[in-house]
Design a protein around this ligand. Structure first.
Ligand SMILES: Nc1ncnc2c1ncn2[C@@H]1O[C@H](COP(=O)(O)OP(=O)(O)OP(=O)(O)O)[C@@H](O)[C@H]1O
Ligand SMILES: [Mg+2]
Length: 443
């Protein structure tokens, strides 16, 4: 699922801020209400304390009657009761029962709740009352005023958050735009300038990937160029041989020229076959593996090469065949061993000898192919696995891809391949070792 980071961040930040704002507003509201309640209580106390035996109450009554309804509602009602005398009140219709003890109390009168403060003196009792509804209204107004700034600031904060998130994510948007506007062939690294630390590893990885793609494209390009170059010579030779056919002087001469043409065709076909294998092993990274009897597989390969070896009078045989089952792709292994045997036969002189062995030692199983041919000059050994590399001194012709294929297969099969000249005598030792910890040995 694709979601917008900007939208998520904005929604979360605005949501959290609104929640905090509402809680803060609610708390301010409640605190303001409590504060105003305490303040009004204190006012009751002050008013009650300032009232004398009640001589000013008739004047207050007259003032009350002159006031409009709203003003009448808001005021305090003061009552004074002097021992054995009727209660005197600042409001004519108000005769709330006078409390017996000093202090605050809540009373119901004319279906309304009243908050009162009573002071009991030895000669008189003074009681000041205020309607609870009035008190609540005053408190609510004050509370609303207290929470008004928060309510007013919230929308401003929402706008600031939206702008802030946009600014924070702008470098990412810039990178996206830069990648979108990129030419398909451009593999230059993406600039990580001003990129947030959290996104930097992603850019680094993408740049690494771009570099690998660049290297891979370069390698493919070289491969195609080399392949075209390698094919040019045999194809030119074929062209020449075809032209020559018409100039043959006798049927024998024609047969000889056709044989030459056939071998040229075989060589071109061999190069194309090697190129195809190489391309396949470079592209495929995974192979299907199954338990494979390595000795049996090597024996099969040897029998396939016996006729070629016999043609050159080469003694090709197996000198050791330890049993080892390994987890591998048998087809790949056949191509690997086949290329090494092909080399050994091709580069060993007539009447030579090639000994093949499958040997288990410790947790390794080794296939070794030892010939008594000329070997490879030590300074060329590190390069023989390069594509199209051939040691110039040999008469036998090859495309120079065989060992590159061997190397690619060995990598895929987690095997190690080594070439070394024999010590003291002529010849080359090619070894391919597989780790038995990954495989299962039997026998
Ligand atoms: N057993 C060997 N003895 C001597 N030289 C060898 C031996 N194996 C390989 N070489 C040298 O290494 C070079 C590279 O071998 P590689 O198998 O990659 O290519 P190739 O044999 O020339 O062509 P291809 O195998 O593609 O037909 C060969 O040209 C040859 O000179
Ligand atoms: Mg070869």
């Amino acid at each position: 699922m694709i979601f917008s980071l900007k939208k998520q961040l904005t929604v979360w930040a605005i949501g959290l801020l609104t929640l905090v704002g509402l809680i803060a507003g609610g708390i301010s509201y409640m605190l303001a209400q409590t504060g105003v309640g305490m303040f009004l209580d204190h006012q009751l106390l002050l008013v009650a304390g300032s009232v004398d035996e009640g001589s000013q109450l008739p004047a207050m009554q007259a003032k009350f009657l002159r006031e409009n309804q709203q003003e009448q509602q808001y005021g305090f009602v003061i009552q004074v009761s002097i021992a054995k005398e009727a209660v005197r009140s600042s409001r004519p219709d108000f005769d709330l029962p006078i409390g017996k003890a000093s202090g605050y109390s809540d009373q119901m009168f004319q279906r309304e709740k009243w908050r009162t403060y009573t002071i009991v003196y030895p000669d008189r009792t003074v009681q000041v009352s205020q309607a609870d509804a009035v008190r609540r209204e005053i408190a609510s107004d004050a509370a609303l005023f207290a929470s008004l700034p928060i309510a007013g600031l919230l929308p401003l904060c929402w706008i600031l958050i939206a702008i802030g998130v946009g600014r924070i994510l702008k470098p990412l948007a810039d990178v996206t735009l830069a990648v979108t506007l990129r030419d398909a062939s451009s593999l230059t690294p993406i600039s990580a300038k001003n990129i947030p630390a959290e996104a930097a590893p992603l850019i680094t990885e993408i740049n690494g990937l771009l570099l690998r793609i660049h290297e891979s494209i370069e390698s493919q390009r070289h491969f195609v160029l080399d392949a075209a170059h390698e094919l040019r010579t045999p194809l030119a030779a074929l062209q020449l041989q075809i032209d020559n056919l018409s100039q043959s002087r006798s049927p024998e001469d024609l047969d000889a020229r056709i044989a030459e043409l056939r071998s040229g065709m075989q060589r071109a076909a061999h190069i194309v076959g090697q190129l195809l294998k190489m391309a396949r092993y470079e592209v495929q990274s995974e192979s299907v593996r199954c338990q494979t009897d390595l000795s049996e597989l090597v024996k099969c390969c040897i029998s396939a090469f016996i006729p070629v070896a016999e043609k050159s009078g080469i003694d090709l045989g197996m000198v050791r065949d330890d049993k080892a089952n390994i987890l591998a792709n048998a087809d790949d292994l056949r191509i690997l061993v086949g290329n090494l045997l092909d080399n050994a036969i091709r580069y060993t002189q007539e009447g030579g000898r090639i000994d093949v062995a499958v040997e288990v030692s410790g947790n390794k199983v080794c296939v070794s192919i030892v010939d008594n041919g000329p070997g490879i000059p030590d300074d060329h050994l590190p390069r023989v696995f390069d594509r199209f590399f051939r040691v110039g001194s040999h008469k036998a012709e090859g495309s120079g891809i065989g060992l590159a294929i061997v190397n690619a297969i060995a990598k895929r099969e987690n095997a190690e391949v080594k070439l070394a000249n024999r010590q003291g005598v002529n010849g080359l030792i090619a070894t391919v070792s597989f780790s038995l910890s990954e495989c299962r040995q039997t026998g």
